[in-house]
Design a protein around this ligand. Structure first.
Ligand SMILES: C[S@@+](CC[C@H](N)C(=O)[O-])C[C@H]1O[C@@H](n2cnc3c(N)ncnc32)[C@H](O)[C@@H]1O
Length: 289
């Protein structure tokens, strides 16, 4: 990871305050990343411990006597905790999405800012790559992925262009080829875009490749099961699809009471220091029984 920019934790104090930490408690950081939130969590404990998860086998865990690191998908939190004889936890933190290191490591294929094979897997040891997904999906499947996971209004046109390219043996193999293909479909002469036209397509494929929304639903469910009464979940989302799942889970699960009626947003000063915080939203809920 030394070749990439460090990841700055988002909504750090807000998330930890939201967890209402008990010094001797057991906490789960479901998305360890560069360990920014875990480090701050550990600093607030006296006799407590953190169990940190990350699905990416390349993350470098901290060495700390109060920390256990588990390389696993957070959808399996409940089984993984029970396998370690942990039956109840006092709080679970989720900080969804990819880290700056994953984005900055061009070869992971998450970003069109560097040319690399279209991979996009958070765990590169299993599952289909983005290229395999493009090669194996039908036009309708691709259009649905782009529409539902990227909220891309031109989903059908992009899917059709990709299918045409595939039939002609020109299916994009790299990030830059895909970005160029999408830009070709969405190009509007004379119009200056605020974001790259392929941004939504990349988000959609990443979500599909990693089944991110399925993992979030199952992770929230599993975390709720493991919470002690009075224990809390703090979840940081980066787009409306993630935030909607959190909001609905907190509203609909009978064991939870939402602590944040509206999501908490970063201060302007945080966004100035860390542009990645721009779209962050924090919600907190407490287990009541
Ligand atoms: C935004 S980063 C977390 C950054 C971290 N909070 C920090 O302060 O350094 C998200 C991390 O969660 C991991 N991740 C994403 N989805 C996951 C899942 N379903 N299970 C476990 N880890 C996941 C990613 O691999 C990535 O390292």
């Amino acid at each position: 990871m030394s070749d990439s920019a460090p990841h700055t934790p988002v909504l750090l104090n807000e998330a930890l305050d939201g967890l209402a930490i008990r010094e001797q408690g057991t906490y789960v950081d479901a998305t360890f990343g560069a360990g920014g939130h875990t480090r701050a969590l550990l600093a607030r404990l006296r006799g407590g411990r953190v169990i940190a998860f990350d699905v990416d086998p390349t993350v470098e865990p901290l060495v700390d006597p109060a920390l256990v690191f588990v390389q696993a998908n957070f959808r399996d939190i409940a089984d993984e905790l029970r396998a370690r004889a942990i039956e109840r936890v006092d709080g679970v933190l989720f900080d969804f999405g990819v880290s700056s290191m994953q984005l900055d490591r061009g070869e992971r294929g998450f970003s069109f800012n560097s040319d690399a094979p279209l991979d996009m897997r958070m765990d590169q040891t299993s599952g289909r790559t983005a290229h395999e997904l493009l090669a194996e999906s039908s036009e309708t499947e691709l259009a649905d992925i782009l529409f539902f996971f990227g909220e891309e209004r031109a989903a059908r046109r992009i899917a059709r262009a990709l299918l045409r390219a595939r039939e002609q043996g020109r299916l994009p193999r790299t990030t830059v080829e895909l970005a160029r293909c999408v830009a070709g479909v969405l190009h509007r002469p004379g119009k200056r875009e605020r974001t790259h036209p392929a941004t939504r397509t990349f988000q959609a494929l990443r979500i599909a490749v990693n089944d991110e929304l399925g993992a979030i639903s199952q992770g929230l469910e599993a975390a709720t099961t493991m919470l002690a009464p009075g224990g809390r979940i703090a979840a940081i989302s980066f787009h409306s699809l993630e935030d909607r799942l959190v909001k609905h889970h907190f509203r609909d699960n009978p064991h939870l009471t939402a602590i944040t009626r509206k999501p908490l947003l970063p201060q302007d000063s945080e966004i100035q220091h860390n542009p990645r915080a721009r779209s962050a939203r924090l919600r907190v809920a407490e287990r009541n029984s």
